[in-house]
Ligand binder design. Structure first.
Ligand SMILES: Cc1cc2nc3c(=O)[nH]c(=O)nc-3n(C[C@H](O)[C@H](O)[C@H](O)COP(=O)(O)OP(=O)(O)OC[C@H]3O[C@@H](n4cnc5c(N)ncnc54)[C@H](O)[C@@H]3O)c2cc1C
Length: 384
């Protein structure tokens, strides 16, 4: 049996599948169109400041999935890091997600948890019984003042759409904590790989049986040269956009440097319209165990993704899902190709979910090979 496998993309999806299959005895070739590995998680030390920079925007590793935490710790030491986000709105600085401190500061109160809960319930718009839009849901949960200060303008800046155009499902739960917990993520494990994400991905790929081709775009016409292809590029690009381009948001980063400490925190969101950007990230705060005199920041702007831009966030409005459905239908007919990762399945995926799905995908492939069964086009249903 032919045992050579092509993997398109050297992000977490590609790297993890490659390692699992190489360890099982397959010859794996990875094709990556960029000049580096690690996909959008790529990090690089800035020559001028010495700071480790998250080139495609800030990435914080957080997970509840035991096997994923154990997996990444095999390849890198994880340093303690807790993401604490601040927000500027109405000329004041607050803590995000909205917590007891945010509520007390915002309303000039000294509420205890139960009092704050009761107060917030009194602010919620009770006339909205069946929330349809993001705006309805936010007004129902937190009332007009908090909604306008923290959600309304920020949503427009991030998504280029009015909250009245977005579904209520975006805000599934009450986005508020009635305590002073300011840890942005509620997961059991959180941290930063000591030498950056690219080093971690390099170590994952460091096993006999893997050949890496950088600066090499994989052409679907060459799929016949391999027993199987795992594709972590954009699903619409595989089919030459035959059903139209799936819409994404892209990001522009304005990079600037300074000395000392620019903002005293890794991430500060700008929730009102005092600034056109959504946030400023100061990268050296992601490595609190390192010391740097100089500092490097990103001002982050969000806009619609055009043909030449890097796709970041899939939009997944109802009409986009219909388009995705058409791609999924043709993909299911495509023999010997499995679509994986954030672009291959057109979903926003955190790194831990990406790694978990990649492990499942490799397991499924090995199981199918053993039982002589057809490997499906999707291990995880992108329409679910
Ligand atoms: C701004 C931003 C911030 C994020 N922050 C976090 C965070 O804090 N925590 C977290 O857990 N997750 C975060 N994520 C999610 C994280 O980036 C993804 O989970 C991860 O990148 C998914 O990995 P992937 O391998 O599926 O995709 P990618 O990293 O996108 O890798 C796909 C690779 O395929 C290559 N490729 C595509 N087509 C071809 C082709 N035809 N030939 C060759 N190569 C090709 C691309 O160049 C790319 O390198 C964030 C995402 C964004 C957009």
């Amino acid at each position: 049996m032919q045992k050579n496998i092509a993997i398109v993309g050297a992000g977490f999806s590609g790297a993890v599948i490659a390692r699992q299959l190489a360890e099982a005895g397959y010859q794996v070739e990875i094709f990556e169109s960029r000049p580096h590995i690690a996909g959008n998680c790529h990090s690089e030390r800035d020559a001028e400041t010495g700071v480790m920079v998250h080139i495609y925007g800030p990435h914080i590793f957080h997970t509840d999935i035991e096997r994923v935490w154990e997996y990444v710790n095999r390849y890198s030491r994880f340093m303690p890091y807790v993401n604490r986000v601040k927000a500027i709105t109405n000329n004041s600085v607050y803590t995000l997600p909205i917590n007891l401190l945010t509520i007390n500061q915002f309303f000039g109160k000294t509420f205890r948890p139960a009092e704050a809960q009761e107060f917030l319930a009194s602010l919620g718009d009770k006339s909205i019984e069946n929330p349809v839009t993001f705006e309805d849901q936010a007004l129902r949960f937190v009332g007009k003042e908090l909604y306008e200060a923290f959600f309304k303008t920020y949503t427009v800046k991030q998504w280029g759409m009015q909250p009245t155009e977005l579904p209520a499902s975006i805000l599934k739960r009450l986005p508020v904590r009635f305590n002073y917990d300011d840890n942005y993520f509620a997961h059991k494990y959180q941290g930063m790989p000591e030498n950056g994400y690219t080093d971690l991905v390099e170590k994952i790929m460091d096993v006999p049986g893997i050949t890496l081709h950088l600066n090499t775009k994989f052409d679907p016409a060459n799929k016949g040269d391999y027993a199987h292809v795992f594709y972590s590029g954009p699903i619409d690009a595989w089919f030459k956009h035959s059903e139209g381009r799936l819409p994404y948001r892209t990001l522009d980063f304005e990079v600037f440097r300074d000395t000392g400490d620019y903002q005293g925190n890794a991430v500060i969101n700008y929730c009102d319209d005092s600034q056109p950007y959504t946030r400023i990230t100061e990268h050296k705060h992601f490595s609190p165990w390192e010391k740097h005199e100089k500092t490097l920041m990103y001002k982050e702007y969000s806009r619609q993704c055009e043909e030449k831009d890097i796709p970041y966030y899939p939009i997944r409005q109802a009409r986009d899902k219909q388009q995705l459905e058409r791609y999924v239908t043709v993909a299911r007919e495509e023999p010997n190709v499995t679509f994986v990762g954030r672009l291959g399945t057109y979903r926003y995926l955190d790194m831990d979910v990406t790694i978990n799905e990649a492990l499942d995908t490799a397991d499924k492939f090995l199981e199918c090979a053993k039982g002589n069964e057809r490997m499906p086009a999707f291990v995880i249903d992108p329409l679910a």
